[in-house]
Design a protein around this ligand. Structure first.
Ligand code: FE
Ligand code: CA
Length: 534
């Protein structure tokens, strides 16, 4: 299928409210067609995206790799309903949508024209098969200043390394929204020899390279009942990191042969669209000619009235190669400005020039509009982590430390635009970090201009011993907390006067029924940049 056809098909499928009866497909009988559940996302003041994907037969990866699979027909008609009540007595929208093979039998529906700031219920049906009822909501009206918003931010859910007990506890957090900051899937095959500690779950999938591989990987992850329940609880805003494509990739640069990598990236991007509650408008950008999707515009702003605006960034798709990374090879584990002067090259970007300007414009809009909290929702840790005590310097090559000039431009943009409060959220490193954001990390006496909360992983292991994380905190005084040893999620409780981040950690990631505890709590008061222990 040509890229252009794919785009127009996706756009038509996402916005068509209903099909004439004659256009419905034949109905498949007595089959379980929704084993990967439902999701909603990208909430606006008048609607949201609803998502599901039809799948026939056993979930791939959980059965022998050669188990025969019966393909679904080219096209299937799915019915859907949105109601004000859980019993579907007051249905406010309903229709039919096509699930087509070219888009992995995924359904994306953009529902609009609803009331601001309220909850809705939805479900999909085909023949006798009905999805469980799920809940979602619209954002508050653009000019409203809600008294409170509660959302969680999560990242890094490597399926084989842990159970998703965090999501079970998240259901009790009374959330409006879940923000997913990357590494929704991991592309790896099972390791040839068992690692230590041993893996918690086992699948049969090969390392993901093709569109079919990536589709299977999402199906495996989405078959998890706790993850499904978290998607049924509220809308999600999703971004990606590297493992949705390939470990440590940077823009057009990956490991292995360049054209293999670009084909893989295109397949992975298409599978990401197919499996996430995204608007069809994300499909409009990119360069042509790589076979499948050559770009997805996933960076987007999401307003929550005047209380919050999320600037969801994409630090993977447009970034320059890590400093001193050999073409086709892996990035260095750590870089120093002495051994790798390229590190300091001001031309290197994390966001790409266009997205850099877009963030700057957005922060200026927030300042003008009086947005209370400007949230930079991005993938990885932002604050400086010098691995050595000064005057020595040694940095991670793939976090913002690997792109110091680009980080300084973003800091300058925050300082220049001066939105009322700036909070940076991240993931990727499988560790909890709480940091003061300094106007210039090279100058420890420069003003604090924001607050950073980098959340730990839901399930992915951390290779960093806690003693090392603590040593980094000790000689980077803007780092207020560094914990490498716990898995979990973070909850932000936001009012016009105060932002509160609670770091929640599971007792035992190897158990789906694990307990939960609070690791730490930090607040940010309106007008006072920087987190304070609560
Ligand atoms: Fe990760
Ligand atoms: Ca990552």
């Amino acid at each position: 299928m040509q890229r252009r056809e794919l785009l127009s098909m996706a756009a038509a499928a996402a916005t068509a409210a209903s099909l004439p009866r004659w256009a419905w497909s034949a109905t498949l009988k007595q089959r379980e067609l929704f084993p990967v559940g439902v999701a909603s996302g990208a909430p606006t003041a008048d609607g949201f995206v609803l998502w599901t994907r039809l799948l026939d037969g056993p979930v791939p990866g959980t059965v022998a790799a050669d188990t025969p699979r019966v393909p679904l027909p080219e096209s299937l008609t799915v019915r859907w309903e949105v109601a004000e009540d859980e019993a579907f007595r007051r249905i406010v929208r309903a229709g039919q949508a096509e699930a087509r093979a070219a888009l992995g039998h995924a359904v994306h529906l953009e529902v609009s024209g609803l009331q601001p700031g309220r909850w809705y219920f939805y479900r999909f049906m085909h023949g006798d098969a009905v999805t469980p009822t799920a809940r979602t909501r619209s954002a508050p009206a653009a000019d409203a200043l809600p008294e409170r918003a509660r959302f969680a931010f999560v990242s890094c859910q490597r399926w084989e390394q842990g159970h998703y007990a965090g999501y079970r506890h998240l259901l009790g957090e009374d959330l409006d929204l879940i923000l997913f900051l990357g590494d929704y899937i991991y592309e790896y095959a099972m390791p040839a020899k068992p690692p230590s500690p041993p893996l918690v779950r086992h699948h049969t999938l090969p390392a993901a390279r093709t569109l079919a591989d990536f589709r299977d990987r999402y199906a495996l992850y989405r078959s998890d009942p706790l993850l499904q329940a978290a998607h049924r609880a509220c809308p999600w805003i999703v971004t990606w990191d590297d493992h949705e494509v390939q470990n440590d990739y940077a823009g057009l640069h990956g490991s292995g042969a360049a054209d293999d990598f670009l084909r893989r990236r295109g397949a992975a991007y298409q599978a990401f669209y197919e499996n996430m509650p995204l608007r069809a408008s994300v499909l409009t950008s990119g360069i042509d000619g790589l076979g499948t999707l050559d770009g997805l515009r996933i960076h987007e702003r999401h307003a929550w009235g005047r209380l919050l605006r999320f600037h969801a960034l994409d630090t993977r798709q447009y970034r320059d190669r890590q400093a001193c990374r050999p073409p086709g090879g892996a990035p260095l584990a750590a870089v120093t400005p002495q051994a790798c002067p390229e590190l300091l090259d001001p031309a290197r970007s994390m966001l790409g020039a266009r997205q850099e300007r877009w963030v700057e414009e957005g922060l200026a809009q927030d300042a003008r509009a009086g947005t209370r909290w400007s949230v930079l929702a991005q993938q990885t840790i932002f604050a400086r982590r010098n691995y050595q005590p000064l005057p020595e310097e040694r940095y991670h090559a793939s976090t913002w430390d690997g792109y110091p000039a680009a980080r300084q431009r973003l800091l300058d943009a925050v300082r220049g635009a001066a939105p009322r409060n700036t909070v940076i959220l991240g993931g990727d490193i499988h560790q909890n970090y709480v940091c003061r954001v300094l106007a210039d990390f090279a100058d420890p006496r420069s003003p604090v201009i924001g607050s950073e909360f980098c959340g730990t992983s839901i399930a992915s292991a951390s290779g960093t011993p806690q003693a090392r994380a603590q040593a980094i905190a000790d000689h980077n005084p803007h780092v207020l907390l560094a914990r490498a040893d716990r898995r979990g999620y973070a909850v932000a409780d936001v009012t016009p006067q105060r932002w509160t981040t609670t770091l929640r950690v599971v007792d035992d990631v190897t158990r789906p029924d694990s307990g939960i505890a609070t690791l730490a709590r930090f607040v940010v008061d309106d007008g006072v940049a920087g987190p304070q222990a609560a």
